[in-house]
Design a protein around this ligand. Structure first.
Ligand code: PTJ
Length: 248
C-alpha cells in the first residue's frame, strides 16, 4: 500500500484501498479523471451488494473462464481503471487462459495507452497490444474505435471490464462473445454481454483466473456444458434483486 495509511481493521478498508489505487492511477497518467467518477459509481453499487461476490456472479465468473478457455483467440481489454486497480491480476488471467492483453480506452490518448502498457509490463506482462491501432470497430467515433488488427479485431471472445455501452454494442455487432464486468446490472454493457459479471473487478478477475486454472484440463464438452448452462438473464435479475432487497 506504499504511503497509504488505512488500518486493515477499518470497516471500509477494501473500498478505501481501491480509491487510493485509482487516485494513484490518475497521478501516474494511467487513469482518466472520468475514471474517478466511474469508481464512485461502482463503489455505490458495491456497497449495496455488500461488497461481496454473489453466487450468481461466481457462476458468471466460472462461465467466463470456460468461454476464455474455449476461445480461438481470447483478448482481455484493459482500460485506465482496471489497469490501476488490478494490473498483476490481469496479467495472471491472460497467462492462465492464453489471452492477449490489449489497451483499449474510452478517452484514448496515445500517451495514456503507452503509460498503461508500461504499467502492465511492470506487473509482468510480455506483449501488450493496443499501440498499433491499425483497425477500427465499425459504428464508433474515430478514437474509441481504434483496435489492433491482430488483437480485439481478430478476437472471438473479449473480456471487457467496465466497458461503455456503445462500444459493448459495437463489439457485439461484430459477432464477438463479450464477457463484461460491471457493478451496475442495469448498465447497457452487461445487458449486451453473453456473460454479464456483476461484481467488483478486483474480486472478479482473480476468481475467473482461479476457475480457469481449475478447468484447464477439463474436456471441451465439460466447458461447453458450463457455457450452455449459464443463464445471463437470471444472473442480471439476481444482481438487481440483491441490490434492491439486500441479503442473499
Ligand atoms: O480509461 P478509459 O478512458 O477507457 O475510461 C474508463 C472509464 C471507466 C472511465 C469509462 O469507460 C467510463 O466512463 O465508464 P462509465 O460509463 O462511467 O461506466 C463505468 C461502469 O463501471 C459503471 O457502471 C460502474 O458502476 C462500473 N464500475 C466502476 N468501478 C467498478 C465498476 N464495475 C466493476 N468493478 C469496479 N471496480
Amino acid at each position: 500500500m506504499g504511503d497509504i495509511e488505512v488500518p486493515e481493521s477499518h470497516p471500509r478498508y477494501q473500498s478505501l484501498l481501491t480509491r487510493h489505487r485509482i487516485e494513484a492511477g490518475v497521478e501516474k497518467g494511467i487513469t482518466s479523471k472520468q475514471g474517478l467518477i466511474a469508481e464512485g459509481r461502482g463503489e455505490a453499487f458495491d456497497y449495496l451488494l455488500g461488497e461481496r461476490t454473489l453466487d450468481s456472479a461466481d457462476e458468471a465468473e466460472r462461465a467466463a473462464a470456460a468461454h476464455l478457455l474455449l476461445a480461438r483467440h481470447p483478448v482481455v481489454s484493459v482500460n485506465g481503471n482496471v489497469a490501476a486497480l488490478c494490473p498483476a491480476e490481469l496479467v495472471e488471467l491472460a497467462d492462465a487462459v492464453g489471452a492477449d492483453l490489449e489497451v483499449n480506452l474510452f478517452n484514448r490518448t496515445e500517451e495514456r495507452v503507452r503509460a498503461i502498457a508500461d504499467h502492465l509490463r511492470e506487473h509482468g506482462a510480455g506483449e501488450v497490444k493496443g499501440l498499433t491501432a491499425d483497425e477500427r470497430v465499425p459504428g464508433l467515433d474515430h478514437e474509441r474505435a481504434k483496435v489492433d488488427a491482430d488483437g480485439i479485431h481478430d478476437a472471438d471472445v473479449v473480456l471487457v471490464p467496465l466497458e461503455d455501452g456503445d462500444r459493448a454494442e459495437a463489439l457485439g455487432r461484430m459477432g464477438k462473445t463479450e464477457l463484461v464486468v460491471d457493478l451496475n446490472p442495469l448498465s447497457r454493457s452487461p445487458r449486451t454481454a453473453a456473460v454479464p459479471i456483476v461484481d467488483n473487478v478486483i474480486r472478479a478477475i482473480p476468481n475467473i483466473t482461479r476457475y480457469a486454472r481449475d478447468l484447464r484440463d477439463a474436456p471441451r464438452e465439460e466447458l461447453e456444458a458450463i457455457v450452455e448452462a449459464f443463464d445471463r438473464e437470471a444472473a442480471l435479475a439476481d444482481a438487481e434483486r440483491a441490490i434492491r432487497e439486500g441479503g442473499d
